[in-house]
Design a protein around this ligand. Structure first.
Ligand SMILES: Cc1cc2nc3c(=O)[nH]c(=O)nc-3n(C[C@H](O)[C@H](O)[C@H](O)COP(=O)(O)OP(=O)(O)OC[C@H]3O[C@@H](n4cnc5c(N)ncnc54)[C@H](O)[C@@H]3O)c2cc1C
Length: 386
């Protein structure tokens, strides 16, 4: 079998990039070692936003492009088919918490300057938007109405369905093993456990496994130990179905370790917090996860007294997801320096970024020119690749 490009990794990034590559007129084979969308794509908070990415303009714009592209995809296919929810997000903060209040006001100012839709909320508006939540008297908030949520595995599966319909090939339960290259280092094919695929271009989208997979595919162990992507775990709780409208937006509060909740499309609530993320670094034991989940369910009940609280723990789904976190926090998306025909995407915020990175990467691979928006995200910026 021979194709123009092989994409390694059937997470949201690989599936979306593969579809955009096929749309560009290239023949594509997508290789996934397990099932489509079963990696980090199935274990994350799924908040599509550029509202929290304010410290770097290029990175903000890349995320904002991701948000806009979901809106375009929703017009083309319908939000339901994509698994896209459009609730908007609300950050809440107390005036008495001076440091956090200043940070959120600065965030609002920066977002306004960047042209990202946002509105400051007084307490009465907050209470009207989230009538089942209880806020302290000095609480205010920031609404970012274009933020969204996603059923990310559903979106990834939708992308591969589109890919198949256009003639692309999808190989599940198929592991990429080794790149076959000629003496000059030009790619000739990809060896997999289902046989060789002839190709001259390979796009690696292996999420948190990127360093090890790159080491294995190229035969250079240094990638496995020194590639500038860290694995950062996070903890998530999904509750059973709750009363409709109990929580209406994606809400994050800044009290004692940022706490997040959003209404999932299946009717439950998904919970996470920055401080519990920090507590799964070492210990993933079931007892530890249950105790963290109990704490999150209690925090939700404190915010939403109508929620049943920790007594639903046995009916909750608990999971730990692993972020691929590039060393400077921004995406890696571009050609692998020194290896003609090998391209890499490794990123955090991949739910937000999948359509933006997928389409820009397809442009780079199809047209052999780095799109302007992608220039700041090449590997050349990082130590060891300059
Ligand atoms: C707790 C948590 C919360 C998050 N919250 C958000 C959020 O709110 N918003 C946001 O935008 N992002 C969020 N993220 C980040 C987001 O989930 C990831 O950036 C995104 O899922 C990455 O997708 P991916 O396709 O790169 O990786 P993955 O989904 O991990 O896909 C990589 C795939 O490669 C496959 N693979 C690996 N090796 C091989 C091989 N040798 N051969 C073939 N296949 C292979 C794996 O099986 C896997 O399916 C969060 C992440 C975590 C962990």
């Amino acid at each position: 079998m021979a194709v123009d490009v092989v994409v390694v990794g059937g997470g949201i990034i690989g599936c979306t990039a593969a579809w955009y590559l096929e749309k560009k007129g290239l023949s594509v084979s997508l290789v996934e070692k397990q099932a489509i969308g079963g990696g980090t794509t199935a274990r994350n908070f799924s908040w599509i936003n550029a509202s929290t990415k304010t410290s770097d303009v290029a990175y903000h714009q890349l995320n904002a492009k991701g948000v806009q592209m979901y809106e375009m995809l929703a017009k083309e296919f319908g939000a339901d088919k994509l698994g896209l929810g459009g609730t908007g997000a609300i950050g809440t903060v107390r005036r008495s918490d001076k440091a956090s209040y200043t940070v959120m006001q600065d965030q609002a100012r920066v977002l306004e300057g960047l042209g990202y839709p946002c509105r400051w909320l007084e307490l009465a508006e907050l209470e009207a938007l989230e009538p089942n939540m209880v806020f302290a008297d000095d609480t205010e908030g920031l609404l970012t109405p274009s933020d969204k949520s996603l059923d990310a595995p559903k979106f990834a599966r939708f992308m591969v369905d589109q890919l198949r319909q256009m003639g692309g090939q999808v190989l599940e339960n198929c592991s990429a093993l080794e790149i076959d290259a000629d003496d000059e280092g030009n790619v000739r094919g990809l060896k997999t456990d289902q046989g060789m695929i002839e190709t001259s271009r390979i796009l690696l989208a292996a999420g948190p496994d990127t360093p090890e997979v790159l080491g294995k595919l190229t035969g250079y162990d240094g990638f496995a130990t020194r590639f500038p992507v860290n694995k950062v775990p996070g903890f998530l709780v999904s509750t059973p179905e709750v009363e409709a409208g109990l929580v209406r937006h994606l809400v994050y509060t800044d009290s004692g370790g940022e706490f997040h909740v959003f209404p999932e499309q299946g009717g439950g609530l998904r919970l996470a917090s920055d401080d519990t993320d920090g507590q799964v670094l070492e210990d993933h034991s079931p007892g530890h996860l249950r105790s963290l989940a109990r704490g999150l369910l209690q925090r939700l009940q404190d915010l939403v007294p109508g929620f049943v609280g920790p007594e639903c723990l046995d009916d909750c789904a608990l999971s730990v997801g692993i972020r691929a976190y590039p060393e400077d926090g921004k995406s890696i998306a571009g050609a692998l320096p020194g290896a003609e025909g090998v391209f890499v995407i490794a990123t955090h915020s991949g739910i937000t970024l999948a359509p933006a990175l997928g389409s820009l990467m397809a442009e780079l691979i199809a047209e052999d020119e780095v799109p302007v928006m992608l220039k700041p995200f090449g590997l050349e910026r990082l130590p060891g690749f300059a």
